[in-house]
Design a protein around this ligand. Structure first.
Ligand code: M6R
Length: 608
């Protein structure tokens, strides 16, 4: 994880770098550091805690004059958050400085080698070996040292490097960790992600694996690992800069929840044309789609939960069997992929290490990969054969909301398309579903307007010890996501269970007053859910039900009810998740948690 930023140009570097890092704090926020060429060599400052501490320490960068520098915001992997472990790392003479995102897998081996040569280490990090290795190979030519160092290194990296003897140059390199470079009239930039430099330039070049970049104030050169210079074309980023700002909302998470009507529309509307669904990005004929025999969905976290919903919806509509895997399991379980199977990987960031590895595993076996991805140009987007982008825009809060709901509707579109070509959906039903799909954004908006009611209810549970979520079928999938939303930001223990599974053990956890959230949106399962509600209430649970407007029976069985507008049962998750997101959010706010940056987490999990 971690975020890196670098700048070389006509402006003071430190304020530009600190500003860029503030847009990358979602990638890690346990410590930060900055290094800038001053008159006498490389000056640096590091601090533990949020970036604010470093900003104060350097007076917003004013104490670090110079026009070239690198910065880092850390999510600890090797070694606790401390000043010693914070980046940048240096060689002993402090003439070479490195910021790194990724993991050097053979660092212990390299460390041993370097220690034998007399190098002394001051941190517990894997990154420090890079600074010493560069020192070991540096004989006056930085590029030569970088090439030699990279050939010895195993693992993943996005690097920013300074050599004190070359104050007019900033070096960068990438393998399996995201890195972009950008340029404007005043200078050149490196960053882990676009928002860090969006304020300064929209002309961005994606650095590919094992590429090295040499940046000067007015130009840059790209090289491959064979030391050959290569040409790369920048792309123009059309994001609205404000998309990565809070725009008056208290938290990014709240803002992003409120963007959902817009982002759901953005994901579905370009793919609905003249009463039909067109997903040109699939690049498959109707015959090829109809020949799909099985689907494997692979993802992590909330994207996995979207996949679980996708399984229910695709199977129900198209009758194609779907297997959903956690990417971290899929990559090591030697999965059986039959001929005629379609592999779908889902990821907001497009950089999740396990998902990327799973994609490569399936590709290695000759399968074509469809990526459902939010971040344009991300690693997964680039390595997948076809990409169905979710147009949710930049998502900053660590807890995903709008990217998740965009993933859901992308899966609905796919399910309907498959059902149509398979002939498992009649014309009338197809049209009905299309109407329901198009109504979702307005219905989501209606639900968002109930926020005060949910906040009031949430305030009653600020001291809860455990909160359970139950549901059956599609509602089980939404329970998984509701439970994750709550626990990741409020730190209240929570579990989601398939409601029928409760009596096989979990029901023993229910005590007087335990909150159980029962999601019940599937008419054929209403009666079963009522039985489950009655069972937990008989053991003292307080039940909050989330159910359809017309389901007054559940209303009577539960203690508190949130009604969602009427829609096709296969799409109900898109509505049921809204009150659950709001509930998790308000519990976390009420408990005084750092909602956008929950402890121990980072937005983009680029390590295993
Ligand atoms: O970027 P990705 O969609 O691949 O990320 C997957 C998970 O890390 C992510 O969904 C995570 O679970 C979020 N914190 C959930 O809110």
């Amino acid at each position: 994880m971690c975020g890196i930023v670098g700048y070389i140009g006509g402006k003071q570097a430190a304020p530009v770098i600190l500003d860029g890092l503030s847009k990358l704090e979602y990638r890690g926020y346990d410590s930060a550091g900055i290094a800038v060429f001053g008159g006498e060599g490389i000056n640096y400052k590091k601090s533990t805690g949020r970036l604010k501490v470093l900003e104060n320490l350097t007076r917003g960068g004013a104490d670090m004059p110079g026009c070239c520098g690198i910065g880092h915001t850390r999510w600890a992997t090797h070694g606790v958050p401390s000043n010693e472990n914070a980046h940048p790392h240096f060689n002993q003479k402090e003439t070479i400085s490195v910021v790194h995102n990724g993991i050097i897998e053979n660092y212990l081996q390299l460390k041993k080698f370097l220690e034998k040569k007399g190098y002394v280490f001051v941190s517990e990090t894997d990154t420090e070996v890079l600074a010493h290795l560069l020192d070991y190979y540096y004989k006056g030519n930085p590029m030569e040292a970088i090439f030699r160092m990279l050939r010895r290194v195993e693992g993943s990296y996005a690097l920013g490097i300074l050599f004190a003897e070359h104050p007019d140059t900033l070096f960068a390199a990438r393998k399996d960790s995201p890195l972009i470079v950008g340029q404007n009239e005043e200078g050149c930039f490196i960053a882990s992600d676009v928002p860090a430099i969006l304020k300064y330039t929209r002309r961005v070049t994606y650095v590919d694996n094992q590429e090295i970049v040499k940046l000067h104030a007015s130009h840059m050169h790209f090289y491959n690992i064979d030391e050959e210079e290569i040409r790369k074309e920048p792309v123009l980023i059309d994001w609205d800069e404000n998309a990565a700002e809070k725009a008056g909302y208290e938290h990014f998470m709240l803002k992003e929840m409120y963007e959902q009507p817009k982002t759901v529309t953005a994901t579905i509307s370009p793919r609905i044309q003249k009463g039909d669904i067109r997903i040109e990005e699939l690049d498959m004929s109707d015959e090829e789609l109809a020949a799909v025999k099985k689907i494997h969905i692979v993802a992590c976290g909330s994207a996995y939960h979207a996949g679980v919903t996708g399984k229910y919806v695709i199977e129900r509509l198209s009758r194609i069997p779907v297997e959903v895997d956690l990417a971290s399991e899929f990559r090591y379980r030697d999965p059986i992929l039959e001929e005629g199977a379609m592999v779908i990987v889902i990821s907001q960031s497009g950089e999740t290490a396990d998902t990327l590895a799973a994609l490569r595993e399936a590709k290695k076996r000759g399968f074509r990969i469809l990526g459902i991805v939010n971040v344009v140009g991300s690693s997964i987007a680039r390595e997948a054969d076809n990409v169905l982008y979710t147009w949710a825009g930049p998502e900053i809060a660590v807890a995903t909301t709008k990217a998740y709901t965009a993933q859901l509707v992308a899966l609905y579109l796919l399910a309907m398309k498959l059902a149509k070509v398979k002939g498992t959906l009649g014309k009338e039903e197809f049209e009905h579903l299309l109407g329901c799909l198009e109504r979702l954004p307005y219905q989501i908006e209606r639900l968002l307007n109930t926020k005060e009611q949910i906040q009031k209810f949430a305030n009653r549970y600020l001291a809860a010890k455990d909160i359970f979520f139950i549901g059956r079928g599609i509602d089980y999938a939404i329970s998984l996501e509701g439970s994750l939303k709550l626990k990741e930001i409020s730190y209240i223990h929570s579990e989601a269970y398939a409601a029928g599974e409760l009596k096989h053990g979990t029901i023993s956890l229910i005590e007087e007053g335990t909150l159980v959230t029962a999601v019940s949106t599937q008419p054929e399962l209403y009666q079963k859910m009522i039985s489950n509600i009655v069972e937990v209430r008989a053991r003292g649970a307080f039940v909050m039900a989330v159910t359809g407007e017309d389901n007054r029976e559940i209303g009577k069985a539960a203690d508190y009810v949130i009604y969602i507008p009427e829609t096709a049962p296969v799409f109900a998750n898109s509505l049921a998740i809204i009150p659950l997101q709001l509930f998790g959010y308000y519990v976390a706010v009420g408990r005084g948690c750092d909602v956008d940056k929950p402890r121990n987490l980072a937005k983009s999990v680029t390590v295993e």
